[in-house]
Design a protein around this ligand. Structure first.
Ligand code: ZN
Ligand code: ZN
Ligand code: ZN
Length: 375
């Protein structure tokens, strides 16, 4: 029987798997056997314990995200010991996500010698899996992956660091360099999740990614070395963004790109709440207004119905990030991405709602115009 998705492995079973994984990642980095860093080493009796291919793929993804969360924690703490764990866990996360990506093409690609791949061995974890280098090669050659040379070299750097940690050889290493290598690995990992993993993810996998990112989002936005590494790798994308870039309400980095007919998204932390929620988050987290204070002062909450899509997600007083788009932009819709300047908007002269400013004469909103026509 092949189960799929979240229902495939019970949560208790996943917890147990994760605990073993965490232990394994510390004591046995490398690719000695099967999913050594992913699945328990004890051979599982077929029928009672063996996992189907779909279960394994799910467990792999789940453990990869667990390692991601742990890597962020360690990097955020940033002392020497934490950086060692950061190197172990970010490498493990990259490794298992690369394998998960390969398994999506075909499970045999995860096996080091494809010609000797046996399904029963795969399902019991009793096989030699590919190294990171081979996984990268197969992904690029067989699966048409878009992983760049620069990403490969950053992955290689963090893997080398992991190996030195594993062999207790990390002495005399400059901690700032170690930190930058781990942050570089984490940056690539987030790029891979965003660019390679999410587009083909099913609902359960997507949810797992979202939940993990929700857990680490605020911390992601506070790790100085990661901000430096990641903002530099995102620079070309942000510089050429066709829509205004705002401060992300989730991670507070200058990387939230307004959408094109849809809600925007943070390139840094991948946050993409739906329009109305995003607008409220932006007003509270970035503009730092709270509804109590606003009403106490007799002001109104600066979220209006969008002139373009009518969703209640049109924020007045947005602050575009320096050097992106039209810096006179003061209105932006978090649902459809429509943005404009003060000169484009006026209050309806009859009912007071925001509406397009007419070339001349008084502004009247569509509803008041319709009511007036009907009279
Ligand atoms: Zn963000
Ligand atoms: Zn809109
Ligand atoms: Zn009106």
């Amino acid at each position: 029987m092949v189960l799929t998705g979240a229902s495939a492995v019970s949560s208790a079973r996943l917890k147990a798997l994760r605990a073993e994984l965490a232990a394994l990642a510390v004591i046995s980095p490398g690719n000695s056997g099967g999913f050594a860093t992913v699945l328990p080493t004890e051979p599982m009796a077929v029928g009672r314990w063996a996992l189907g291919v779909a279960d394994i793929n799910w467990a792999v993804v789940s453990s990869g995200l667990d390692f991601l969360e742990s890597a962020v924690d360690h990097l955020a703490k940033g002392d020497e010991r934490d950086l060692r764990y950061g190197a172990l866990h970010v490498t493990a996360a990259i490794e298992v996500l690369l394998k998960a990506q390969l398994a999506r093409e075909h499970w045999t690609l995860v096996v080091s010698d494809v010609n000797r791949a046996r399904r029963a061995e795969y399902e019991t974890g009793n096989f030699h899996s590919v190294t990171i280098a081979v996984a990268l090669e197969r992904l690029r050659n067989v699966a048409g992956s878009s992983i760049t040379e620069r990403e490969v070299s950053r992955i290689t750097a963090v893997e080398k660091l992991r190996n030195r940690v594993a062999h207790f050889a990390l002495h005399g290493e400059n901690p700032r360099r170690t930190e930058a290598v781990v942050a570089g690995g984490l940056d690539v990992l987030l790029h891979l999740i965003d660019r390679e993993f999410l587009p083909d993810a099913d609902t359960a996998e997507r949810e797992l990614v979202e939940n993990t990112l929700d857990l680490v989002r605020v911390r992601l936005g506070t790790i100085a070395v990661l901000i430096r590494e990641r903002m530099s790798s995102l620079k070309p994308e942000l510089d050429s963004a066709p829509y205004p870039v705002l401060t992300c309400p989730g991670c507070s980095q200058s990387a939230y790109v307004l959408g094109d007919g849809e809600p925007g998204r943070c390139a840094y932390c991948l946050h993409h709440p739906f329009g109305e929620a995003a607008a409220d988050e932006y007003v509270s987290s970035v503009l730092r207004l709270n509804s109590y204070e606003v009403s106490k002062d007799g002001e109104s909450w600066p979220v209006h119905n969008c002139l373009n899509c009518s969703a209640e997600a049109f924020v007045a007083g947005v602050l575009p990030v320096d050097g992106t788009g039209d810096d006179r932009t003061v209105y932006a819709c978090f649902a459809c991405g429509y943005s404009c300047t003060d000169g484009d908007v006026d209050q309806c002269h009859r009912c007071g709602v925001l509406t397009y400013r007419p070339e001349d004469g008084l502004a009247v909103c569509a509803e008041c115009t319709a009511a007036w026509m009907a009279d």
